[in-house]
Design a protein around this ligand. Structure first.
Ligand code: HPA
Length: 272
């Protein structure tokens, strides 16, 4: 039995229902899980082989719950490469979700705003990404049963999901920008020169997560939607330093808006 199979067998015993959608909650966004009813929470440390989240502002729990009639799994807390996890460990949860029968993966994250039109608190739908992490979770032997050796990434962020997200945001009068996310390894924030470079190559956002998960989800044939919260303008844009406290504070401030958006959006995606 592989590690993923062992984990999935455990989750099948623990979870009374197996949904088709999973939502990964980024820094400071764990409160979304409070909107769910009929919940079953499983601390990450109880799940065999599951990497624990060591990042501050990240909870470490899998929560099964209902949002209206929609069943979903919330992953509150993720494993980042900068914590020292390997690309395989950082995407283990996505592999497990795929094996459990999840078809739709929704990701949220905190990001720095590279695009000068953004401001602190802007919510941005990710349309595409640039992987500058120097690694790829698919490196190594390919398991053809999971997905192809060379997966296509030309529509990594499902176009129809993005269309629905824009419609729902407009209905709720929530501003939802759209942009390209550049993933760096971290954990140091970028230099102003790096941010100028990222802007020149077409990035609108910068962060340290999400991309490995999106690669594995695409490999597994899942549909992906990802939303960034611009918790701070990227380095060198404003005359101030970037701190993790600022990142968490902004995450907390926009949390209610993001929760409002997700509550309306997720059931509509399920139908999409
Ligand atoms: N850079 C990288 N990752 C981040 C940032 C940033 O400015 N803000 C939140 N996550």
């Amino acid at each position: 039995m592989t590690a993923v199979e062992e984990t999935v067998a455990y989750l099948r015993r623990r979870l009374p229902r197996l949904p088709r959608m999973a939502l990964v909650l980024g820094s400071g966004l764990g409160v979304f899980a409070e909107s769910l009813s009929d919940t079953v929470g499983v601390p990450y440390e109880e799940i065999p082989n599951w990497p624990r989240s060591t990042a501050i502002g990240h909870d470490g729990r899998l929560i099964l719950g209902r949002l209206g009639s929609l069943e979903l799994i919330c992953l509150s807390g993720r494993a980042h490469l900068y914590e020292g996890y390997t690309p395989a460990q950082a995407t283990f949860s996505v592999r497990a979700m795929g094996k459990l029968g999840v078809h739709s993966l929704i990701l949220t994250n905190a990001a720095g705003g590279v695009n000068l039109a953004y401001e602190q608190g802007t919510l941005v739908l990710i349309s595409d990404h640039i992987n500058l992490q120097g690694s790829n979770p698919l490196v190594g032997p390919n398991d053809d049963a999971l997905g192809p050796r060379f997966p296509d990434m030309s529509a990594a962020y499902d176009e129809h999901y993005r269309h629905v997200a824009k419609l729902v945001a407009a209905e709720l009068h929530i501003t939802l920008a759209e942009g390209v996310y550049a993933a760096l390894l971290g954990p140091s924030y970028e230099t102003p020169a790096e941010i100028r470079y990222l802007r020149a190559i077409g990035a609108d956002l910068v962060g340290m997560s999400t991309v490995p998960e999106v690669i594995v989800a695409n490999h597994a044939g899942m549909k992906v939607l990802a939303i960034s919260c611009v918790t701070n303008m990227a380095a060198g844009i404003l005359p101030q330093k970037i701190t993790h406290e600022e990142v968490l504070e902004t995450g907390a401030a926009v949390r209610d808006t993001l929760v409002r958006l997700l509550k309306e959006l997720l059931p509509r995606l399920e139908a999409a």
